[in-house]
Every structure is written in C-alpha cells, then in structure tokens.
Design a binder for this molecule. Structure first.
Ligand SMILES: [Zn+2]
Ligand SMILES: [Zn+2]
Length: 232
C-alpha cells in the first residue's frame, strides 16, 4: 500500500467512525489505544527530541501493540479489517529501511495518532476525544520525578476544567482528604464563602475552582487501555 493510499484509508476510517458507519469492536479500540499510549510514552520519555524518538520507535510500538491486542485483531470477527491492515502498513512505511523522508513519516505518524485517539475514545460512555487526549497525556508520564509529576498534574487540571465546561452533568466526586489540594480548596471555600474569587484566577469563584479540582480526580476513570507490562 503506497503512503498516499494509507492516508486515504485512515481518512476513510475516521469518516466512517464520525458518521456512525463503523463502530469499532473493543479489540480494535484497544489496538488504537495501545499505539497511542506507546507513541505518547515514547515522546514523553525524551523531552529533547520526543517527536523524532516516537517516530523512530513507531514500528516497534505498532508490533508490540498488535501482539498485545492479540490474534483476534486479524480475524474476520473484527468489524473492519481495514483498521488492523492500515496499522500494519504504517509500521512498514516507517521502518528506517523503507527510506521515507522524515516529513512524510511525521505526517503519517500524526495522522495515525489522531485516528487512534478518535477510535480509542469510542470506549467511553460519552465519546469525547478531548477526555481521551488528556487521560493519554496523564498515563504517558508514570514516573515519580518532578517533571513527570508536574506533567501529570497539569493534564489532570486541564481535564477537570474540560469536564466542568463540556460535561457539566458529570456528578462531582467527594473531596479526597488525603489530597493536599482538596484540603486546601475545601478550607478556602469554608473560610471565604461562596462568592470570593480565587487570587490569580480572575473571575473564578472558590467553589468553581474546588469543583474543577474535584473533577480532575476522575481522570483515571477515562478508559485508556495499555499493554500489560509497561513499555518503559
Ligand atoms: Zn470530554
Ligand atoms: Zn484533590
């Protein structure tokens, strides 16, 4: 399959997904999620040169994702054989020996990642690719070092804000009394009352900030299937 055909197949799959003509089976969503997690984790592990590193590793990431998704991904039981086929062909095109130029590799990798995010996010009750993207970013930095912790906390803060804005019907979780931020915001709201704005966060009331923070705790509930032994 030529690289242009591959872009066409990926575009056609995304369109079928968007128009409801294709409802991926869970094994197909898992494959998508495994590839997305592998790419993000590889990129996050190399702050200097993350994108290039992820592209270089993509053939391996795809091979292990296919192994982890299991043989079911290549049987007639899947809903759309084009998906697994396209993923396999992407791995082939991104092999160094194939000699595709870096710009082409990058375009293909980005296209594949976007397709993976769209497909994997259909695992949620409320399909939303933004929820999946934030959760993907959060899972991609599992380390204990300060940089990872910082990336994780900004991913969960953005997720909390996103849920509050886009999915306001989501029930707000209870404060976690082992979480320093929960304690801080709860006591702030208790001391300052309902309509006091938080310093530095213009026009946002204390209870709103608390709610955003409480929603951020739900990030681990977004389904982001990952291969069993972590790839790092
Ligand atoms: Zn969402
Ligand atoms: Zn908290």
């Amino acid at each position: 399959m030529a690289i242009d055909d591959l872009h066409q197949v990926l575009a056609a799959l995304s369109e079928d997904l968007a128009t409801g003509q294709w409802t991926p089976r869970s094994v197909e969503c898992e494959l998508a999620s495994y590839v997305a997690v592998g790419l993000q984790t590889a990129a996050a592990a190399q702050p200097e040169d993350g994108e290039q590193a992820a592209i270089r590793l993509l053939p391996d990431i795809i091979r292990s994702a296919i192994r982890a998704a299991g043989p079911g991904i290549a049987t007639p039981a899947v809903t759309d054989g084009r998906w697994a086929t396209a993923v396999v062909h992407c791995a082939g095109h991104l092999e160094p020996a194939y000699g595709a130029e870096i710009g082409e590799c990058r375009r293909l990798a980005v296209h594949l990642l976007n397709a993976c995010v769209d497909i994997a996010s259909t695992l949620q009750k409320t399909p939303c690719t933004t929820c999946f993207r934030h959760a993907l970013g959060w899972h991609a930095v599992p380390g204990d070092d300060p940089v990872s912790a910082m990336s994780r906390s900004s991913a969960s803060a953005l997720y909390g804000l996103h849920v509050q804005t886009e999915h306001p019907e989501t029930p707000v979780p209870h404060p976690d009394y082992e979480c320093a931020d929960c304690l801080h915001f709860v006591s702030y709201v208790e001391r300052s009352g309902d309509d006091v704005e938080v310093d530095g966060a213009c026009q946002i009331s204390g209870p709103d900030v608390l709610e955003q923070h409480l929603y951020s705790h739900l990030i681990h509930q977004v389904p982001v299937p990952r291969p069993e032994p972590a790839q790092r």
